[in-house]
Design a protein around this ligand. Structure first.
Ligand code: AOF
Ligand code: ZN
Length: 349
């Protein structure tokens, strides 16, 4: 690891302090170095509040050292007047001669303009130090700006023999059978708290009557998203209890939105995934966790529109039932939560 990587790594560590509180902004960290010593540090804490560079510059006691220092930032210094003034102007104002940037800002309002302005002021700029790590740090923000859709996480739990649920007895309602242990289930609630939306298909909404909230963790409930082409989900379902913002995708023009429950009409005769993602993008939703069922998950996999899959495999076997989605397990990484196997797959396509 070279010296620049060492300090960008520190920026990444600092940035992580902002995880969960900066939305819709990215998490960003910054350090200021003089003679191989850190003389200032900062990170972006909350949207509307100062950016990482501002906090780092403010933390430097002897401001005269800035003229001889290097500022490291995990993301390109901004060039626009947003909720706060441009960071590139502040760097130029303090005459900081060296700037090292992790990665370019994908936000169209910035996208290289901050770097350009600093170079034009006469400072040295290095871009792309630990670039992949800096990208991964804000994978939701980057996907949202670059692909104009939320970052998509697929999640499911399957039995040891590859089923999502056992076969239903004729004439009976499907009884829920837990595949994972309580620790894995709590982890799923933590995951829900980390994303802006959660989506399930019609079948899952009808058969499981899920609440899709974060009972076993603290934090924000994600926006609930449900597909209900022909308004088949019973109106007394938890999904319609108005307790959390909910978006229902339907084909019916007659459905009426109310309070927290918004009906969005889309064309079910065409591919619905791009239409759903466009609405989510308009709603500034930067990430979504898709929790089933099999058909919905498979549709995203088949169209290769997903970024990450998190698959639990339990010890239980069902012999027959609803088949788990089929996914290619490349770039997979396995961990264990007691006896549950957890496979993480990252899709870089
Ligand atoms: C930086 N440093 O720490 C962050 C940046 O509305 P504003 O003024 O907060 O600007 C938000 C945008 O600024 C955000 O979309 C992203 O492009 C950039 N975030 N830039 O120089 C930071 N958080
Ligand atoms: Zn800024």
């Amino acid at each position: 690891m070279n010296i620049h990587e060492k300090y960008i790594k520190r920026c990444i560590e600092l940035a992580k302090n902002g995880f969960g509180t900066t939305y819709p902004n990215p998490i960003v960290g910054s350090v200021i170095v003089y003679e191989d010593k850190i003389i200032g540090e900062g990170w972006h804490k909350k949207a509307g509040e100062p950016h990482a560079e501002v906090n780092a510059i403010r933390s430097v006691k002897d401001k005269s050292l800035l003229k001889k220092a290097t500022i490291y930032v995990s993301l390109e210094p901004c060039s626009h007047f947003g909720k706060t003034p441009p960071c590139c102007d502040l760097i130029i104002e303090h005459k900081i001669p060296n700037v090292v940037v992790g990665t370019v800002d994908p936000n169209e309002k910035v996208a290289g303009k901050g770097i350009k302005k600093i170079i034009e002021s006469g400072s040295n700029v290095i871009v792309g130090v630990l670039e992949n790590e800096c990208y991964e740090l804000n994978k939701r923000f980057f996907t949202f700006h670059n692909k104009k859709r939320p970052y998509i996480i697929l999640k499911w739990a399957e039995s040891h023999d590859g089923f999502l649920a056992p076969e239903k007895q004729p004439g009976q309602k499907r009884q829920p059978v837990w595949i994972t242990n309580p620790y894995s289930r709590q982890l799923v609630h933590k995951w829900r708290s980390e994303e802006q939306a959660i989506l399930v298909g019609t079948q899952t909404a009808i058969e499981d009557n899920p609440k899709l909230n974060i009972r076993d963790w603290s934090g924000n409930n994600p926006v609930r998203i449900v597909l209900d082409q022909s308004n088949r989900i019973p109106k007394y379902s938890f999904i319609f209890d108005n307790s959390v913002k909910t978006i229902v995708f339907t084909k019916s023009e007659t459905a009426l939105s109310k309070e927290n429950t918004i009906f969005e009409v889309i064309n079910f005769n065409q591919n619905i995934i791009p239409q759903i993602l466009a609405v989510l993008h308009q709603n500034q939703i930067q990430s979504i966790i898709i929790e089933g069922g099999s058909q919905t998950l498979q549709a995203f996999i088949d169209q290769n529109i997903w970024d990450e899959a998190r698959i639990f495999t339990g010890k239980i076997t069902f012999n027959k039932g609803i088949k788990a989605p089929l996914i290619e397990k490349k770039n997979a990484n396995k961990t264990y939560i007691q006896n549950d196997e957890l496979t993480h797959i990252r899709n870089y396509d």
